[in-house]
Design a protein around this ligand. Structure first.
Ligand code: NAP
Length: 205
């Protein structure tokens, strides 16, 4: 495994991955001077225990084909292959072991997920292991988010980035496919083809 000094970990369910995710990862890479970004599709997402989620293998493969052309992006199977519910603390500990104590870990994900972070498994350990980069959609009150974060009695280091392309959402893509509306130009063309080939999202959201 390549040792990186500043490592971005793009955590998400990616059901499916779309251009908003790709732009957010690129934005984090540049703004935080990261060496690379590892996309980390969840296996069995902790926050979605009772929700229908597309198989981890499909989500992983769509993430691979969406990121294949970018030399700064990798995709990890770590969470897909780990049995049981996916907890970020396990992932961050494994990455810390693999990359050594000198590496700085930056966990990038959606702001709505980050606000729940205090309830994540072993939240204290999570706080010690990484800086969090919360990607926000248009219309998000960033000043309020930063103020709330600063005033909260939290040990978490959270940075916020504004990503206009996050007007695109996986929920909307799934709804579009179910309603036979187009998703072209919302996610890379090979992902559109993959979704068609495997007839994903056709039944419902
Ligand atoms: P989610 O609830 O599906 O997503 C919440 C919001 O954030 C959605 O609007 C989503 O938009 C957006 N989002 C998700 N991932 C994103 C990303 N990488 N970049 C930009 N926006 C993103 O979140 P989730 O997928 O379940 O969880 C997100 C991450 O937090 C995962 O890595 C998960 O493992 C971790 N997490 C850990 C715990 C725990 O350890 N206990 C608990 C909850 C979450 P889209 O639907 O368009 O992506």
């Amino acid at each position: 495994m390549i040792r990186a000094a500043r490592l971005g970990i793009m955590g998400g369910t990616f059901d499916p991955i779309h251009f908003g995710h790709l732009v957010a990862a690129e934005e984090a890479l540049v703004q935080f001077n990261l060496d690379r970004v590892i996309f980390m599709p969840t296996g069995m997402p902790a926050a979605k225990a009772h929700a229908a989620v597309t198989s981890a293998e499909h989500r992983y493969l769509m993430t691979v084909i969406a990121t294949a052309a970018n030399p700064d992006f990798d995709v990890s199977r770590m969470e897909v292959d780990r049995p049981g519910v996916t907890y970020t603390v396990d992932t961050l500990e494994a990455l810390r072991d693999a990359h050594g104590p000198a590496a700085e870990l930056f966990f990038i994900t959606g702001t709505d997920a980050v606000w729940e972070i205090v309830s994540w498994k072993d939240a204290d350990k999570v706080a010690d292991l990484a800086t969090f980069i919360a990607a926000t959609r248009p219309g998000y009150d960033l000043d309020a988010a930063r103020a709330a974060n600063e005033s909260a009695t939290t040990r978490f280091a959270i940075e916020f980035i504004e990503v206009p392309a996050l007007a695109i959402s996986s929920t909307d893509l799934r709804a579009r496919v179910a309603e036979r509306r187009p998703i072209r130009y919302l996610t890379p063309e090979p992902v559109v083809s993959y979704i068609e080939k495997h007839r994903l999202y056709r039944e419902s959201i």
